[in-house]
Design a binder for this molecule. Structure first.
Ligand code: ZN
Length: 88
């Protein structure tokens, strides 16, 4: 299913979560780098569900004061994050 269609079909819950996490500082507003690869089974930074090995995993790197931080997302969650972080 195309990403846009999935979003239009009601990822309001995900978007609300993204805004909350952006506001509370649990998600960064910009990435220093982005990679896509096979799922590692790690928890998604947005929806908190594991990213299965047969799924695409998006990884973003953020330069924080404490060093480089890595956030992992499902493809759909990365898309939602990229939209919501741009709105800020
Ligand atoms: Zn997710």
């Amino acid at each position: 299913m195309p990403i846009l269609q999935m979003t239009m079909n009601g990822n309001w819950e995900l978007r609300r979560k993204a805004r909350e996490k952006l506001q509370s500082g649990n998600l960064p507003t910009a990435a220093a780098g982005t990679w896509a690869g096979a799922g590692s089974g790690a928890a998604c930074a947005l929806c908190e569900l594991p990213i299965p090995h047969n799924d695409v995993e998006y990884e973003i790197e953020v330069n924080a004061a404490a060093g480089v931080q890595v956030f992992k997302f499902h493809m759909r969650c990365h898309y939602v994050w990229s939209i919501e972080s741009r709105h800020r």
